[in-house]
Write a protein that binds this ligand. Structure first.
Ligand code: TTP
Ligand code: MN
Ligand code: MN
Ligand code: MN
Length: 380
């Protein structure tokens, strides 16, 4: 049904979804230094500049050779490498470091804003406000500040209904759990968390299919959270059963003491609650999870994201939640430029709203006219 001519993947592609990119690249140091500038632009609300850096960094991450002076001409022709970023790359090649990156990393404002955004729920603009308007500088200052505020006790929607039995994660809670939530999760523990969740799911609704997605699927040795996409072959998109399943599972995990907080449960929050554009319409729960106690071992709170899809959109959900963020951004852009709409909740042809129901991840790429890139090479 699809044209057999698939766009070929290559490191010079303008689209991240056509650039094979391993987890670690040959120019990791340069990428790290440019990352400091990107991060600073984002913290200062300079979103356009942050995005240019993000794009350039993504292109460099896919560049398969160690950078040397003789490679500069080729690098200057790569997509997204403008004059400004090229001068930083040149500086790095000649000097071994970038002055601006070092200045930023050493500035106390950058250090404070970075520290503030390690608290779940504090983004760049909140961080700036805490720094500029409240004069806060350290995590200690933050703790004092939030302890002096009345507790935000809004567990009800506008109609007085309880949102969920599990409490949401207030900034105060997030501060208390900061050490836990900032600790990365080794693959063996991701596997354990997955087994526990799937065992509970099986008790509610046997026969579900699921995939661990996100950074884990891209090969990350240590993840920041666990993302699982779930479907059931017998649930169709017309019914509300998938949504029911999301809530039932989360409530069960909460009652067992496995989920301690629920930051978002689809259907009860407006879609823009995540403050991300292009977000999908899938049912999902963003939670804090803790493994059952094992005698003698410390229990660490972990972030767990559960995403529920109807069987028809399972493979778009898996593709859309595998990432990376830039890979996903360019999948959407690529699709849009070809008259299609892609997100985790499906593929639609714009002209006649025709929907596609891929039978595999390869099928997702084929429908979009793309060569399929292995998940471990989607780190652009
Ligand atoms: P995350 O769990 O935020 O990121 P990650 O799994 O890639 O890495 P880690 O958790 O270790 O930090 O997001 C999961 C996937 O969801 C991500 O890989 C792509 C998709 N996603 C987007 O497309 N856009 C976004 O803004 C976010 C937050 C996620
Ligand atoms: Mn150029
Ligand atoms: Mn993740
Ligand atoms: Mn996640």
């Amino acid at each position: 049904t699809q044209s057999t001519e698939l766009a070929k993947a290559h490191y010079t592609s303008r689209y991240a979804c056509l650039r094979p990119c391993p987890m670690e690249c040959p120019n990791q140091q340069l990428v790290q230094q440019l990352g400091i500038i990107r991060c600073s632009r984002e913290l200062e609300g300079k979103d356009t500049s942050a995005l240019s850096y993000e794009r350039a960094i993504s292109v460099l991450k896919s560049y398969p050779y160690p950078l040397t002076p003789s490679k500069l001409t080729e690098v200057s022709k790569l997509p997204g490498i403008g004059e400004k970023i090229l001068s930083k790359i040149t500086e790095y090649i000649n000097e071994g470091n970038i002055k601006e990156s070092q200045a930023i990393a050493g500035s106390s404002r950058y250090q404070s804003l970075c520290a503030f955004t390690t608290v779940y729920g504090i983004g760049a603009s909140s961080a700036r406000k805490l720094y500029d308007s409240f004069g806060l500088r350290t995590i200690g200052d933050l703790t004092e500040h939030y302890n002096s505020l009345p507790p935000p006790a809004s567990r009800h929607d506008g109609n007085g209904r309880i949102l969920t039995p599990a409490p949401t994660l207030s900034i105060k809670d997030a501060l208390a759990l900061r050490a836990d939530l900032n600790e990365t999760i080794p693959r063996t523990e991701v596997d354990m968390m997955h087994s526990v969740v799937v065992a509970e799911l099986e008790k509610i609704r046997p026969g579900c299919l699921n995939t661990i997605v996100g950074g884990y699927r891209r090969g990350k040795v240590e993840s920041n959270d666990v993302d699982i996409v779930i479907t059931h072959p017998a649930l169709s998109s017309g019914s509300n059963q998938v949504m029911g399943l999301c809530e039932t599972l989360v409530n069960r995990l909460y009652k067992r003491g496995l989920v301690t907080h629920v930051m978002h449960l689809s259907g009860f929050h407006p879609p823009d609650a995540l403050r991300t554009s292009n977000w999908d319409t899938l049912e999902k729960a963003l939670t804090v999870f803790i493994l059952p106690p094992v005698s003698g071992s410390r229990r660490i709170h972990r972030r767990l994201d559960l995403i529920f899809a109807a069987p028809e959109t399972y493979w778009t959900a898996v593709t859309g939640w595998t990432g990376s963020k830039m890979f996903e951004r360019d999948l959407r852009l690529w699709a849009k430029e070809r008259g299609m709409k892609f997100d985790s909740s499906g593929i639609t042809r714009r002209r006649d709203s025709k929907q596609y129901f891929p039978h595999s991840e390869e099928d997702v790429f084929a429908i979009l006219g793309l060569e399929c890139i292995a998940p471990t090479l989607r780190n652009a």
